[in-house]
Ligand binder design. Structure first.
Ligand SMILES: Cc1ncc(COP(=O)(O)O)c(C=O)c1O
Length: 387
């Protein structure tokens, strides 16, 4: 059954928690997804910001296939040089050469571990987060997510969190003044919330204030990281350094992998963190293929190039109220809800876009290897629909 919005209601043995579009991708290549009838869709959503180097990238397929033939999985109880290689490549490309890497499997898990580390390290329990935030659905990550509708009764009695307005320096200083805060957690750019972001000045202020008040700065770069904004991490536009950086999505180009980069002043003790699947051989092969390709194909530079083109084109469309975000993590905001526009783009023009908590905003998260030529049909479709 398809609802009026074009979202399909599930009628199957699946637990029905996802509103779905009536499209069945059967294969994908580069920036395109093809359905079972070979109908071609332009993917400006990247499977929720996950596809970084493009669908079915040949290097990615080759490295994963090669690894699978050697060994796909063993637990973290043995030596794994592939993890060392991953950490070396990631720290070099991101510029965080003094940080150490802990592997996990998803964005929520990365934040969960980041928050625990901050509490282990400082011995404190209170956290500062921001209005509009989304950090995931596991207990600690959910507790710093500004959406009480996602909490079950079991989630209610968790650690103390203060939600502040983004970019409110005075409120932050006030909330930190008792030195009882273990961490300030902030997204590089808010994804699910609707592309609002800490300003560069505010991030510098937070970084300094954290140092003064013995709190750790956790940057949630799960969505905004891995080159998406034209720097490796979005917060690097502000030239600040974080104590803990949480990653997932683009890290594996679809292979489930997450990670936490951890500053050298935070000590590891055996058993402090752990996971069965995190950092397994296959996940590392996928992650290394992503890093190799980001570098080899200069994809971070490509993001800036395509983004400049897209933003300048969008600025010519007068019905667009505001363009938010950076690089290829953009929000196109209108004065009215975009539900119908998204459906039109999908069903009439075969273009996937994303939504957010802001009903008036289209979220654009294409693969980072998209070209100007490939993104142009989106601009043309918008101009046609909005004329
Ligand atoms: C900024 C941010 N943090 C955390 C998460 C949670 O990631 P996952 O769904 O992999 O647990 C998301 C997911 O959208 C996110 O956008």
């Amino acid at each position: 059954m398809t609802t009026l919005s074009g979202l399909k209601k599930q009628e199957s043995g699946l637990f029905d928690v996802y509103p779905r579009f009536d499209v069945t991708p059967a294969r994908a290549e580069g920036v395109y997804v093809f359905d079972q009838n070979e109908k071609k869709y332009l993917d400006l959503y990247g499977g929720h910001g996950v596809i970084s180097i493009g669908h079915s990238h040949p290097e990615y397929i080759a490295q994963i296939s090669h690894q699978l033939k050697q060994i796909g999985f063993y637990s973290n109880s043995v030596m794994m040089p592939i993890q060392e290689e991953f950490a070396e490549k990631l720290t070099a490309l991101s510029g965080y050469t003094d940080h150490q890497l802990f592997f996990c499997n998803s964005g929520a898990e990365a934040n969960e571990n980041g928050l625990k580390l901050a509490s282990f390290h400082t011995g404190k329990t209170k956290v500062i987060a921001f209005k509009g935030s989304f950090h995931g659905r596991t207990a600690a990550a959910l507790n710093v997510t500004d959406n009480s509708r996602l909490s079950a009764p079991i989630n209610k009695n968790n650690f103390d969190v203060v939600f502040l307005e983004l970019n409110d320096e005075a409120a932050l200083a006030e909330a930190l003044k008792n030195k009882d805060v273990c961490a300030v957690i902030v997204e590089g750019i808010q994804g699910v919330g609707g592309l609002d972001a800490p300003s560069d000045d505010f991030l510098s202020f937070v970084s300094q204030a954290c140092k003064e008040h013995e709190a750790l700065l956790i940057l949630d770069e799960v969505q905004s990281g891995y080159g998406r904004t034209g720097r490796f991490f979005a917060h690097q536009h502000a030239n600040v350094s974080a104590d803990i950086i949480c990653m997932a999505k683009g890290m594996g180009n679809g292979f489930p992998i997450g990670g936490v980069l951890i500053a050298p002043h935070i000590n590891a003790t055996p058993g402090m963190l752990g996971t069965t699947f995190g950092g397994n051989h296959l996940a590392c092969a996928a992650g290394i293929a992503v890093l190799d390709t980001l570098k080899k194909e200069s994809l971070i530079e490509n993001v800036a190039h395509v983004s400049d083109f897209l933003i300048s084109e969008l600025k010519t469309i007068t019905s667009i109220k505001e363009i938010k975000g950076r690089g290829l993590m953009l929000g196109v905001e209108f004065d009215y809800p975009v539900k119908e526009l998204r459906s039109k783009l999908l069903y009439d023009f075969q273009i996937f876009t994303g939504g957010s908590a802001n009903p008036n905003l289209l979220r654009i998260l294409p693969p980072l290897n998209i070209t100007i030529e490939e993104i142009t049909p989106f601009v043309q479709a918008l101009k046609k629909v909005l004329k």
